[in-house]
Design a protein around this ligand. Structure first.
Ligand code: SF4
Length: 146
């Protein structure tokens, strides 16, 4: 089973109420067992919501609100749900395909907390949780894969 960011599959869970639909990820999902997730909404954040970025280890919205607790709760809960679902399906967790650059789902590069579009090395809160559990993470920019 794969974990896939819901917004890549067209779910309108993005901060602005839209999505990041990606054709190859949708095609991949039609052929592979997967679970669509959104760790930010799972952490109790609403759609739409203020955009957030990571700065000095904290997740701060553009309005200056510290939403680190919601991001962390959403990341842990989402991973636990996915791990449980994989057990129920009697399948291994084969990997995760997550939205690039997101403060939750980004892998390898994320925005720097200045809301200027500047990227720095790092992982989003959920991507880090997935990696911590030794599940391979890629983004839509690493594909397409079969
Ligand atoms: S938390 Fe992840 S799945 Fe949810 S909108 Fe942001 S990038 Fe997409």
């Amino acid at each position: 089973m794969y974990i896939i960011s819901g917004c890549l599959l067209g779910v309108n869970c993005k901060y602005n109420g839209g999505n990041n639909r990606c054709d190859w990820v949708c095609d991949f999902a039609s052929k592979h067992s997967h679970l669509a997730v959104c760790p930010e909404t799972a952490g109790g954040l609403l759609v739409p919501r203020s955009p957030a970025e990571i700065k000095d280890g904290r997740v701060i919205t553009k309005d200056g609100e510290d939403v680190t607790a919601q991001f962390e709760r959403g990341a842990i809960n989402t991973f636990n749900v996915a791990a449980t679902e994989a057990v129920l399906r009697e399948e291994p967790l084969e990997g995760a395909i997550l939205k690039s650059r997101s403060p939750s789902c980004g892998c390898g590069k994320i925005y720097d907390g200045t809301f200027t579009g500047t990227l720095v090395d790092g992982d989003g809160i959920f991507a880090a949780e997935v990696k911590r559990n030794c599940v391979k993470v890629m983004t839509e920019e690493d594909g397409p894969i079969e």
